[in-house]
Design a protein around this ligand. Structure first.
Ligand code: ADP
Ligand code: MG
Length: 230
C-alpha cells in the first residue's frame, strides 16, 4: 500500500472529525454556497487556524472584497487576533486588480515560493470564471493552476457562489468536477428562521462522513455539531 497522505487540519470543530483528521495535504477543495452562507469565514478560519495552531503560512487571495474591509468584517465578528498574524506575516491578504490568470499565476509563484506558503485561499473563484472566455478555457486554466500549486506544496481552498439553496444534479458546476473535494454550506429557511448546515459532497481519497450536519457561526468561527443530524 502507498504511504498515507498527511492531513491538513482545518481546525474547524466538528469538521476535522467528519474528515477523519483534515484535508489531504497538497489537494484542493471547493467550498460552495449561497451569499452569506459562510464561505469567506470558512476560508479565513482555515488560514487563521493554520497560522495560530499549526504554524502554517497562509495566503488569502480576495477577488471580491477589499482586504481592509475583509479584515474589518472579520475583526468585528470574531474573537480572532487576525491582525497579529497579518503583522507577523503569517497570513497575507492580497487582491488582484486585474483578474487575469497570468497575473495571478505570476503572483502565486513568486510569493508562495519565497514565503513557503502552505495554505492558499482563492475567494471567490467565480470571479475568475467570469473573466475567462469559455468553460473549456476555464477548465484548462484551473487545472493548470491547481497542478502548479500542488507542486509548490500548498493545500488550496477555493470558494464559489452557488445559486440555489437545494441542489439538483444538474446544478453541479464545472469547478466541482475538477477539484479533489467539495464542501457545501447551506443556509436554509425553516419556518421563520434560517438554519445553517454543511455537507461533504466529495473528497477524493478520504472516507468521510456523508451526513448533513448543522453548524453555527459563533464568535470563535464556524462550529459543526456532529451530534445533531438534520
Ligand atoms: N460573530 C458572528 N456570529 C454569528 N454570525 C456571524 C458572525 N459573524 C458573521 N456572521 C454571519 O456570517 C455571514 C457572513 O458570512 P460570509 O463568510 O461572509 O459569507 P459568504 O462569503 O458565503 O457570503 C454574515 O452574513 C453573518 O450572518
Ligand atoms: Mg464571501
Amino acid at each position: 500500500m502507498k504511504e498515507k497522505i498527511p492531513r491538513v487540519p482545518t481546525g474547524i470543530k466538528g469538521l476535522d472529525e467528519m474528515l477523519g483528521g483534515g484535508l489531504l495535504k497538497k489537494r484542493h477543495v471547493l467550498v460552495t454556497g449561497g451569499p452569506g452562507s459562510g464561505k469567506t469565514t470558512f476560508a479565513m478560519q482555515f488560514l487563521y487556524n493554520g497560522a495560530e495552531k499549526f504554524g502554517d503560512k497562509g495566503l488569502f487571495i480576495s477577488l471580491e472584497e477589499k482586504s481592509e474591509k475583509l479584515v474589518e468584517n472579520l475583526s468585528q465578528g470574531f474573537n480572532w487576533d487576525l491582525e497579529k498574524h497579518l503583522r507577523e506575516g503569517n497570513i497575507v491578504i492580497t487582491t488582484v486588480d486585474k483578474f487575469d490568470w497570468d497575473t495571478l499565476t505570476d503572483m502565486l509563484q513568486s510569493y508562495v515560493t519565497r514565503h513557503k506558503v502552505r495554505r492558499v485561499v482563492i475567494d471567490p473563484l467565480t470571479i475568475l470564471r467570469l473573466n475567462t472566455r469559455d468553460t473549456f478555457e476555464f477548465r484548462r486554466k484551473l487545472i493548470g493552476l491547481l497542478g502548479f500549486l500542488e507542486n509548490l506544496d500548498c493545500t488550496v481552498l477555493l470558494t464559489s457562489e452557488s445559486q440555489s439553496l437545494t441542489r439538483e444534479a444538474s446544478t453541479y458546476t464545472l469547478e466541482e468536477f475538477v477539484v479533489d473535494g467539495v464542501i457545501v454550506l447551506y443556509n436554509i429557511p425553516v419556518r421563520n428562521e434560517r438554519r445553517r448546515a454543511l455537507e461533504i459532497v466529495k473528497m477524493r481519497g478520504v472516507a468521510h462522513s456523508n451526513n448533513i450536519y448543522p453548524f453555527k457561526i459563533t464568535p470563535k468561527g464556524i462550529v459543526v455539531y456532529q451530534e445533531e443530524i438534520i
